[in-house]
Design a protein around this ligand. Structure first.
Ligand code: SF4
Length: 209
């Protein structure tokens, strides 16, 4: 199990616009353009954290001068670039696909942000953890279904026995709790990174906020 990373939690601005400071051991090719390259993903979450990201509203226009969203459910590009400066993960690790995607993000992203309570501590998805996996499948696919009751065996990723927070499987650089964290907090975190400072979201948000 992994928890915090020793990687730096700041991005060092350079001229004319911000450039990232790579994590220890990371390749230095991040930020090949003038803008900070940001990727986002939602795993087992409700998309509410991404909606909160969009709630930055007109501030997104200013942010767009300094960051490029290079991969996200919010944009058309569906291929994760080789190097990304900041990765933002919403949602917990509930199945094999979540696990694979979280590891992929860790591999490709210099800084990784765990966004929202589901990512930070499992939150709502982890409510299934006290139950046996068989009971969870039966409840979802047999007991609560009136038509075509069946437990799928192909085409859907296998559930993990228990739901895990993201930091249980990959190192995380910045934790941003909240359900969802509000847009001000997300804006503050990104602004601090752009300015080359270490964001301190725990002074602005908390579990359940
Ligand atoms: S933290 Fe809350 S808003 Fe974000 S994905 Fe989980 S349930 Fe949805």
């Amino acid at each position: 199990m992994t928890a915090h990373s020793n990687a730096p939690t700041t991005l060092t601005p350079s001229q004319p616009q911000a450039q990232p400071q790579p994590a220890a051991g990371a390749e230095t090719s991040a930020g090949t353009g003038n803008k900070i390259r940001v990727a986002t993903i939602w795993l087992d979450g409700c998309s509410g954290c991404h909606m909160s990201f969009l709630d930055m509203d007109e501030r997104l226009v200013d942010l767009a001068q300094q960051i490029d969203i290079v991969y996200s459910p919010l944009v058309d590009t569906k291929t994760l670039p080789d190097r990304v400066d900041v990765g933002i993960i919403e949602g917990s690790i509930s199945n094999e696909e979540d696990l694979h995607k979280a590891k992929l993000f860790r591999e490709h992203c210099t800084l990784l942000i765990s966004l929202g309570d589901c990512a930070v501590n499992g939150n709502v998805p982890a409510m299934r953890n006290p139950f046996k996996l068989e009971s969870v499948y039966e409840r979802a696919y047999l007991e609560n279904v009136n038509v075509n009751q069946q437990i799928p065996s192909v085409g859907v990723p296998a559930l993990l026995k228990t739901v895990l927070p993201v930091h249980a499987v990959v190192t995380i650089d910045v934790f941003v709790p909240g359900c969802p964290p509000n847009a001000d907090v997300i804006h503050s975190v990104l602004s601090e990174l752009i300015a080359g400072r270490t964001p301190e979201p725990l002074s602005q948000t908390r579990f359940g906020a």
